[in-house]
Design a protein around this ligand. Sequence first.
Ligand SMILES: Cc1ncc(COP(=O)(O)O)c(C=O)c1O
Length: 463
Amino acid sequence: MPTHGGRTLAYVYDSGRRGLDELGMAAYALASPANGLDPTAFPSLLRMENDVVAAAAGLLGGTTATVGSVTSGGTESCLLAVLAAREGRRDVAAPAVVLPATAHAAFRKAAHLFGVRAVEVPVDPVTFRADPAAMAAAIDEHTVLVVASAPSYAHGVVDPVGEIAAAAAARGVRMHVDACIGGWVLPYLRRLGAAVPPFDFSVPGVTSISVDLHKYAYCPKGVSVLLHADPALRGGHYFASADWPGYTMLNTTIQSTKSGGPLAAAWAVLRHVGDDGYLRLARDTRAATAALREGIGRIAGLRVLGDPDATLLAFTGEPAGPATGEPDFDLFTVADEMRARGWYVQPQFAHRSSPVNLHLTVTAANRGGEDAFLTDLAAAVRAARAAGPVAVAPELVAAIGALDPDTLTAEQFEGLLAGAGLAGDGALPERMAPVNALLAAAPARLRERVLLEFLGLLYRPGS
Ligand SMILES: Cc1ncc(COP(=O)(O)O)c(C=O)c1O
């Protein structure tokens, strides 16, 4: 998939600015041999990290007490927020984290890794925003952390951070704002006049915020910042081991040896683009998002989900009529048809009140290409309509229904692959709609198991 030019609307972030990637990569190359493991041996990395954390704190309402760590990405920042919260409450024997159902999967990973229970709270079924009353009700004596998103990945909406933070603070519980994807663009959108709800350290009760620089700060991949309202909150993810014959291992994050590359690249890109530059990039991204949103609304049969606050869009198919309650085309086929036209849009499966939909991460590089996208999208919907529904053989659906994710065997997996018309070598077919339709028929737990088996097929020498 192309990484530049705005044709891949997930995974990649293109500023569209000539020379920016080259600058980042030059800084990356200079610093990558240096090792962030020892800030006293490589004080330039220390200085750059303090600069980058200060820049993030400055953007996100930090105070003189705000501190942070540079991590390898959003998932690591979220992991460390959970770890620090757990360590901060060692008196809680069975710690739990309260999450809106729309929180990023990174928090489930944190729960899995760190033995913390994830308490998932349903969100508003129409706006997809966290429900503050339900979040407050879910807080109990086990809760070590409450999470909100600014915005959520799936629907691009900002949760009511103020109310949730107040509820957490009232119970003496930490509150993390996951601004991994929005943190570097929402403040600029607000300056451009968008009605961005409060979500940063200016909100009382917010104790940590994650913001990824490899997203809307347009830095080369491998860099995020986890900010804490004060140093005491950070201590729980620091680690020391002096009890062995080698150097005293002192780590701020999960990694120990740490390339200086991503940090130096981010430092250079942040300084080069600067405040004015990010404002311009946000202006372009905002305009592109608005044009795409409006254009999608004009394509018969499509509907944008919720009322997105940032630069992410998710759209679904409208029921063709009251008789069926279903759209008269298959959304997965629309994704395939877009792929055939040179665009990547990301299928999202149904989850609670969120129907099957297609996700768009809009970046500055999409400015100017909106009409081309919308023309192709309208054609893709027409083609999907003409192609008709994607039929999953009833016996395959029945076979899926009979599978138990906890006991899925290699043979059952092979059988499923064969049934789906896939070779056993992990090669993907041209068209993914039949595979996605099959996966959509599986409950989430089974989908996880099946896809993990599939991952195992991909990562084999020679495959
Ligand atoms: C809101 C949010 N949190 C966390 C993450 C995880 O970030 P990463 O993929 O950098 O680990 C993402 C990624 O898109 C995100 O959108």
